[in-house]
Write a protein that binds this ligand. Structure first.
Ligand code: UD1
Length: 366
């Protein structure tokens, strides 16, 4: 069975790594790795392939950045030729980025089975590009793999037949558990002179936060206070950096001595930073899950989460972007103890193996 596996953007890399590794012990599957090229910077891209031991992509579509319509359309055009050339038994897509829906749509239009890993997550906020990508990809997929019970419930509510849906756990957590010991050796804390000190970690890249100067400004108001209490380490996504320094916000950020801006950093350094942080502030989806396993408090700077299990368990607080709410949540988070929190079911490091077992079972010709 030939399976084309698609990655495009940074959060896809941690998800595909354990799946590619699980194929190694499955001679029935011939995997082909396709990189759409949505993310292309060394620091957003090669660094992760290298650190996570992902094989070199067999094919790179080199699509790059553009408007959503152009990026999606260019990916579809380029991926169609690949599918026609390879005639795979299935196309496997992960997550919720533009590459996910673009390649998914190409597959089903050519009559190729579509597999979606991380299916069913819903923020119920249709203004998020990722929510549109999730809903559309799930509606056309043949096999849907969920990380948490809410995903399964959402899919059933949307009318997806039960026999297509599998609750298998979380491939991103497979990667975290596999690399946790290796990340211990990272010297990022020394490098940043943070040994022994309390510090916070911040990431921001959602268009709703960083493309809107008013919202971004409200978040900076909170950071102005927090960075006086402890250093805030802020690896800056390219979109965020561009927006900061094309407005007066750049000057505000530069004036905050405790807010320490870095270029995007690699997986192992970031894992080490998160695991030693007193608190993490973020608008990322994956980081809400990673902090749950690390039992580090996470303040999600959004109005909703598509990963409700992280909030139910308690390490994640969805606090929005109101300055006062962020500061109050920060004050509570640094006082609470999260070390005894439980772990979501099946987030045990074996999700990718479960996925590959189902693929072998369900994709074999009848
Ligand atoms: C994409 C995903 C988002 C994911 C995020 C992780 C979509 C709709 N969004 O958002 O779900 O959480 O990746 O990072 O697919 N850029 C670079 N170098 C790169 C890549 C991007 O400089 O290697 C800059 C470009 O200016 C580009 C901008 O970042 O225009 C946005 O990139 P894009 O891939 O469109 O979306 P992200 O914001 O990264």
């Amino acid at each position: 069975m030939k399976i084309l596996n698609v990655v495009g953007a940074r959060p896809n890399f941690m998800k595909i790594a354990p799946i590619m590794a699980a194929y190694d012990s499955c001679p029935a599957i011939e995997p082909v790795l396709v990189h759409t090229g949505q993310h292309y910077d060394e620091k957003m891209n090669e660094l992760f392939f290298h650190q996570l031991g992902i094989p070199e992509p067999d094919i790179n579509l080199e699509v790059g950045s553009a408007s959503h319509a152009v990026q999606t359309a260019e990916t579809m055009k380029a991926f169609e030729s690949v599918v026609l050339q390879h005639i795979p038994d299935a196309v496997l897509v992960v997550g919720d980025v533009n590459s996910t829906i673009a390649c998914g749509l190409v597959a089903v239009k050519l009559g190729v089975k579509l597999v979606h890993v991380e299916a069913g997550l819903r923020s119920f906020d249709r203004s998020m590009p990722e929510e549109i990508n999730r809903v559309l990809t799930d509606s056309i997929s043949d096999l849907l793999f969920c990380t948490e019970q809410s995903g399964l419930d959402n899919l059933l509510r949307e009318g997806i037949p039960e026999d297509k849906i599998f609750l298998v756990g979380n491939v991103m957590i497979d990667t975290l558990l596999k690399n946790k010991a290796k990340a211990e050796d990272s010297d990022i804390l020394n490098h940043l002179n943070l040994n022994g000190d309390d510090f916070a970690v911040l990431t921001l890249h959602r268009p709703s936060n960083v493309d809107d100067t008013t919202v971004f400004s409200r978040i900076l108001d909170a950071l102005e206070i927090i960075q006086k209490d402890m250093p805030v380490i802020f690896p800056v996504h390219p979109r965020t950096g561009r927006n900061l320094y094309s407005t007066s916000l750049g000057k505000r950020v530069d004036a905050m001595a405790g807010l320490r801006l870095l270029d995007p950093i690699g997986y192992l350094d970031f894992l080490k930073l998160m695991s030693c942080a007193k608190v993490v502030l973020t608008d990322s989806g994956g980081i809400q899950e990673e902090t749950t396993i690390l039992r580090v408090p996470c303040l999600t700077l959004r109005e909703n989460t598509e990963r409700p299990i992280t909030a139910e368990i308690g390490s994640n607080r969805v606090v929005g972007t109101d300055t006062r709410r962020i500061i109050d949540a920060y004050d509570r988070a640094v006082d609470d103890d999260y070390h005894e929190l439980r772990v979501p079911p099946l987030w045990d490091g074996h999700a990718a193996e479960r996925i590959v077992r189902v693929l072998v079972d369900k994709l074999q010709a009848p």
